[in-house]
Design a protein around this ligand. Structure first.
Ligand code: ZN
Length: 68
């Protein structure tokens, strides 16, 4: 994860926003984002969505592996 240079466009298909963060494509896809290329560049909005989805995934995992 890292900061992104100015002028890089968000990698999510159809999104015209300027990217603010980059993550690996695997992570982005795991979070359900439609991205292409080696790095996924995300705009503010999609980065927030990525974080939100990851959080939800963790909750599901915790529920799934809950010890009885
Ligand atoms: Zn975007």
């Amino acid at each position: 994860m890292g900061r992104v240079k100015r002028g890089v466009q968000c990698s999510v298909r159809g999104c015209p926003n300027q990217a603010v963060r980059s993550i690996s494509v695997e992570r982005a896809k795991a979070a359900g984002l439609e991205v292409e290329g080696r790095r996924a560049y995300l705009c503010e909005e999609h980065y927030r969505e990525y974080k939100r989805r990851r959080k939800r995934e963790k909750l599901v995992e915790r529920w799934r592996y809950k010890p009885f």
